[in-house]
Design a protein around this ligand. Sequence first.
Ligand code: NAP
Length: 284
Amino acid sequence: MTEKTINGIPQIGFGSGGFKGDDCYNVVQSALETGYRHIDTAQRYKNEAEVGRAIADFGLKRDEIFITTKVHEINYGVGELRRATEQSLEKLGGPVDLLLLHWPSTEGVEPAEQYIGELCQLYDEGMTKRIGLSNFTIKLMQEAKQIFGDRKIAANQCEIHAYMQNSRLAAHCKSTDVPMIAFCPMGRGMVVDDPTLIKIGENHNATAEQIALAYLMNLGHIVIPSSSQKHRIISNFTARNIELSADEIQQINALDRGLRVATIDWNIGWDEKTNIERLARFVK
Ligand SMILES: NC(=O)c1ccc[n+]([C@@H]2O[C@H](COP(=O)([O-])OP(=O)(O)OC[C@H]3O[C@@H](n4cnc5c(N)ncnc54)[C@H](OP(=O)(O)O)[C@@H]3O)[C@@H](O)[C@H]2O)c1
């Protein structure tokens, strides 16, 4: 794999969330044609079969593509996590590169020792090359680490973008050498009109979205942007070539407004205050 990696994970991946059926097959093929070698899927997206088919039909050797999938939290019951993961692997053509817990068990419905312990067992049996977390706060990461023992937390996939920088969690991940995979890295398109990003883009002949992605990669995060449009799939991918100056990074740091765009109805609170009122004005 020639793309830049962070702890073995390609730094830019394609997010398949929201795509189903032929649409999913086609965008994953477009991403692979563009050069993406990391595809993010999940049981929750109900598209693992199409992702698996698109990857198989593309014809690269399996070890040239990095596949991440996530266990849906409704599958955390005793024996359920294994059963659901076996089904995922069948759809995805065998063991995956990274298996994440999509969310912590909501309000502690399932005991952490049980479902995190089961994830560890699957790793020990070789069903995945790496295991990790998604949407885990600092406290939950620390609890998970106790159960992981000597096994590495390969990543924590969380909402992180110019308007929601999740700085405390990012600092914790950095200090514990757990890469962050940034989902909604363009704030679901909300950063497109940002004047600071547009202005910085002029220095690099780049768009605001490309600068938003470059910012996260310059900080050492992994990004998984998504788009239904081939030209954006391509332009997002080229963002990995942009190097920002320290001053430009400072300017983007100052854009943080705790603006959370993902799943606000039932999920856990982050480690810093997020701005859901402001979000209500933006979300259509
Ligand atoms: N672990 C989790 O809990 C979790 C939660 C949410 C998402 N995810 C993962 O993260 C991936 C990415 O997140 P996301 O799709 O929610 O957000 P995103 O990648 O920040 O934004 C996608 C949106 O931005 C638009 N867009 C993409 N590229 C653009 C560009 N260059 N210029 C202007 N607009 C652009 C897309 O519209 P068009 O299609 O029209 O281009 C789409 O509406 C998902 O696919 C999924 O794999 C994980």
